[in-house]
Design a protein around this ligand. Structure first.
Ligand code: PHE
Length: 462
């Protein structure tokens, strides 16, 4: 009767590491990390972030990937296999990419629009006041770009793990690395009036601890923590799905280290590219633009560089599109993989159905700045449009909650051995084993509660 389909997999460690790094490296590294570093005291943020990557990030990433490889399943099936009663956690985890996917292609569309503008030498007009606003509130253009991005993502998923995801990551990630190194070093040598890129670099790496209070330190800590989550793509089932495609002989210990280095390295380089450039051309106030940093401040910086600005700008936005595309495919793959397992459907039909659903969703979210414009008050005090609401629900509410439950499940119910045995099953020694056990049982649960309370606004009310 029905022949069991061979489980898809990455060809080896390199393919897996590049795909996982492809998921991890995204707008979070290029825009959010530099923005937070500038806001949160430069080097102070960097030091805290680095410590968190090596402790907290390492724990969450190791857990997700190992759960995937050991069970050979995506979130829903994986948590069910760990403990039947905990299937709900799998379903909850599955819902994170389901929500994120509604808006990720919209952001991808924005970046593609800027990439096209810079490649065709129209960087100057992209730097004009109101360009971004008029683009996102144009119902036709914003929808077209979002749909293009969505369709490309679906095509890659349609092609499968090896020929789609791995092939695309193996090409895009090295190119991305070369481009970010180029922009970062270029940034050090720029000059404008009496400001230089090098001085901006010092602002970036020097810890600013003047007027540091405990309250401010806590705020920086929580910023760094939520950035870490988002950046490593953990607690959303993506790394569980990717982990399920890893062969048993791959050294997970090493792979986790490499993914951490890649993701953090790109974030540090992005800061090195952006902070000195913005500092040189508009002083540090240009960094305060928040989300506008990437689409408003940066194009202005590129335009002030003169003709070469188009080249640097094109390099930056090509890199940003690659980063966003490899992240976007990981989101869709996590959804598709869960659906294929739960409904026993084939990749092609699943991708087709999801492609249609998410094209419609992306259109709705893209229209959230025009036809469906609304102002939604969020519990953390800000107001946002549809996209911000989806972002808030997935990143600030669901992810800390899922991590909390998942560390409790590993640390206290199935026990850390469940994870460490799997890592050592490929014949390697788990080097940071003690650290892992302490983190997963004690430190992570406590910090997750704090993060959850902060992002839902409960902490502020205490
Ligand atoms: N990790 C990505 C980044 O740093 C973001 C991302 C979020 C990717 C959700 C996939 C899913 O930008």
């Amino acid at each position: 009767m029905e022949k069991k389909e061979k489980k898809s997999s990455f060809t080896g460690q390199l393919g897996f590491v590049l795909a996982a790094a492809g998921s991890a490296v995204g707008v979070g590294n290029l825009w959010r990390f530099p923005y937070l570093a500038a806001k949160d005291g430069g080097g102070l943020f960097l030091i805290i972030y680095l410590i968190l990557v090596l402790t907290f990030g390492f724990t969450l990433l190791t857990s997700d990937i190992t759960i995937g490889r050991k069970t050979g399943k995506s979130a829903i099936g994986a948590y069910e296999k760990m403990r039947h009663k905990w299937k709900f956690l799998g379903v909850l985890t599955f819902l994170v990419p389901v929500v994120i996917m509604t808006y990720y292609a919209v952001i991808g569309g924005w970046i593609t629009k800027y990439m096209v503008a810079f490649i065709f030498g129209q960087g100057g007009s992209a730097a004009e006041d109101g360009y971004f606003q008029s683009f996102i509130s144009d119902p036709i253009q914003s929808v077209i770009y979002a749909v293009i991005f969505m369709v490309i993502t679906a095509i890659i998923i349609y092609r499968g793990v090896e020929n789609g995801i791995e092939a695309c990551s193996k090409f895009m990630m090295p190119v991305l690395l070369v481009l970010i190194v180029f922009v970062a070093f270029y940034s050090l040598f720029i000059k404008h009036g009496d400001r230089t890129g090098l001085r901006g670099f010092l602002v970036y790496i020097t810890p600013d601890i003047k007027e540091l209070t405990i309250k401010k330190f806590m705020a920086v800590l929580l910023d760094a923590m939520s950035q870490l989550f988002f950046s490593l793509s953990v607690s959303m089932g993506i790394m569980i799905t990717y982990g399920s495609y890893v062969k048993k002989d791959v050294d997970l210990n090493k792979a986790v280290g490499q993914i951490e280095i890649f993701d953090t390295g790109v974030a540090l380089l992005a800061g090195m590219a952006i902070i000195p450039a913005v500092f040189t051309f508009s002083g540090l106030k240009g960094m305060n633009a928040g989300p506008g940093l990437m689409f408003i401040s940066l194009p202005k910086v590129f335009a002030s560089m003169g003709a070469v600005g188009n080249v640097v700008g094109a390099a930056f936005f090509i890199m940003a599109s690659f980063a966003t595309l490899t992240s976007c495919i990981s989101v869709l793959e996590a959804i598709a993989a869960n659906c294929m397992e739960v409904f026993h459907t084939k990749r092609h039909s699943t991708t087709l159905a999801l492609g249609i659903i998410y094209t419609i969703a992306s259109v709705v979210i893209a229209l959230g700045y025009s036809v469906f414009y609304c102002e939604i008050p969020l519990p953390n005090g800000s107001t946002g449009q549809l996209l911000d609401l989806m972002d808030y629900v997935s990143n600030s509410v669901m992810m800390p909650f899922i991590s909390l439950l998942s560390t409790i499940l590993i640390g206290w119910i199935v026990g850390p051995d469940w994870i460490t045995d799997e890592i050592e099953s490929s014949g390697v020694k788990f080097r940071r084993k003690k650290l892992y056990i302490i983190m997963v049982r004690f430190v992570c649960p406590v910090i997750m509660v704090a993060l959850f309370m902060q992002s839902t606004g409960i902490l502020a009310r205490l």
